[in-house]
Design a protein around this ligand. Structure first.
Ligand code: FES
Length: 138
């Protein structure tokens, strides 16, 4: 059996490394080209007739998650996604509270207690000609 010289060994190691590098790069490229982000996330939610939400009502919409408020100012909506790290906040007597790290927000979504520093995000409400409410999360 012929003995492998140091030079031959290094050449083999280099070639092997180059082939492996090429294969990994090609695999990554194929994965990139085959990337499918899936269906777009829904950003508009039909909430039904506005008459379902009387003046003074505060309605939790956990499937969105959002909170719909009907006041003298009209309809407003807040995202229930905590602005700290994205947990879902729950409504309580003072406003909204996040169970993850203890942030709390007042009834208008303003921060009362951190670690969150930003208020809950306001969501856009559209009232159609036939008085249906559409909540937009984009
Ligand atoms: S995610 Fe709500 S306080 Fe951290």
């Amino acid at each position: 059996m012929p003995e492998l010289s140091r030079r031959d060994f290094l050449k083999l190691a280099r070639d092997g490394f180059l082939y492996l590098n090429g294969a990994l790069t090609l695999g990554g490229l194929l994965r990139f080209l085959d990337y499918n982000p899936g269906p777009a996330q829904k950003t508009a939610f039909d909430l039904g007739p506005a008459s379902n939400y009387p003046l003074g009502s505060r309605t939790s919409l956990p499937e969105i998650p959002a909170f719909l408020i009907h006041s003298e100012k009209g309809f407003t909506a807040l995202s229930l996604v905590c602005t700290h790290l994205g947990c879902t906040v729950a409504s309580d007597a003072k406003g909204f509270a996040c169970a993850c790290h203890g942030s709390s927000y007042d009834v208008d979504g303003q921060v009362m207690h951190g670690p969150a520093v930003l208020p809950l995000r306001s969501l856009r409400i559209e009232i159609t000609e036939d008085n249906q409410l559409i909540l937009h999360t984009d």
